[in-house]
Design a protein. Sequence first.
Lengths: 208, 208
Amino acid sequence: MTETRPLRRDARDNIAKLQAAALEVFLAKGLDASLDEIARTAGVSIGTLYNRFGSREGLIDAVIPEVAGSKLLAFGTAVLAKTTPRERLEEFVTGMIDLQGEDPALNDAILRRYPDAVALLGICDRSIALGQDLVRDAHADGSLSPDFTEHDLFCMLWLAGIANRDPHAPANWQRVITRALDQAWTVGAAGQHAQTEVRGGSREGAEK
Amino acid sequence: MTETRPLRRDARDNIAKLQAAALEVFLAKGLDASLDEIARTAGVSIGTLYNRFGSREGLIDAVIPEVAGSKLLAFGTAVLAKTTPRERLEEFVTGMIDLQGEDPALNDAILRRYPDAVALLGICDRSIALGQDLVRDAHADGSLSPDFTEHDLFCMLWLAGIANRDPHAPANWQRVITRALDQAWTVGAAGQHAQTEVRGGSREGAEK
DNA sequence: ACCTAACTTGAGTGCACCCTCAAGATGGAA
DNA sequence: TTCCATCTTGAGGGTGCACTCAAGTTAGGT
């Protein structure tokens, strides 16, 4: 506990400006956006950014966990509102893929690109843990084949993550990933649910 | 047709040294390897590399199409040796994923990262076209669901490509992709073939 | 042995990013 | 109003890549 005297007004203002700018730029371009650009957007020098946040990770942790956390919390309750384990898991997968597609910052968080942003990491872990609970529920329930593992779920989200990061992604790559889940249900005629529900951003393609 | 006088001996030697070095480095690190490193490996200055090949794409096209072409040709005949459309397509998918995993240069080629390397592009296109023929055959045959499209196959290879490029890939992400094919066969109890056959390089994981 | 067109060289330019720190500006207590 | 601890600034140093071009070297014809 070090004695922390209050910040000067200009310092607090600059922190606020930097946080606003960081939020805007990170959400638009992902967590590896240029810090110079963030400082410029905030109307503050790059030196001030480092004075206040120390590093990129510091800035990330000061800004992203809150928005990502509330998004993921709302998402979690929506998922749990579904009635069957299968519906919940399907909703989780398609929903996460959509969220990652809409939000490059969340996407980078799930890819663990900045492992020193510990606050953010914790939040992502909680969300992934929720998904893995759903896998276990679906196993217990008998609806999900045991050879679809919790790790497989992680791989699906990771694949979606790296796919989102490529500006030349072909259209509708999401189908490949969601099909992998469709394949794993024990009942026949695997769900059209997941396949058709991907609402996300699909970029135009480098397709032929 | 410009009158092309023979090259001087030192020039020809340097071309050979550069090609050998480029092959080595490209195969090890992918087509975006540092050109300085290639020149250094060849024992030649970076200026000479540019004198002789003009650009990265020029060097790629002078070196990769031959090896990639013969690999893919052999692969193609191996695939066609399988008896059923289903076996052929499964072999194609798992085999391509393996090849891409072993060979970063081929992987980059399939991702079309250097669209100006026209010779290489042509070769990759032929291979992808083979896969798409196999999809059509499996459709005609009735064994593959019509909602698995040729484009879906392209997406599978593309996903494998970007996954291969990430040094922090989790273990066994390949299963997610091959499962997407398993899902699409019209007969029940979808193939253990594809799932268990991925022989490739699976890196250790960022898994927990 | 000489000569020159062909060739090689590598320091240099440019770019984009990260991060630092000496010098200057300013909030706010006294 | 004074004054200094706090804060901001932005040029500058470092990295790592692509690409160029004036100056120097050499193959190989005569």
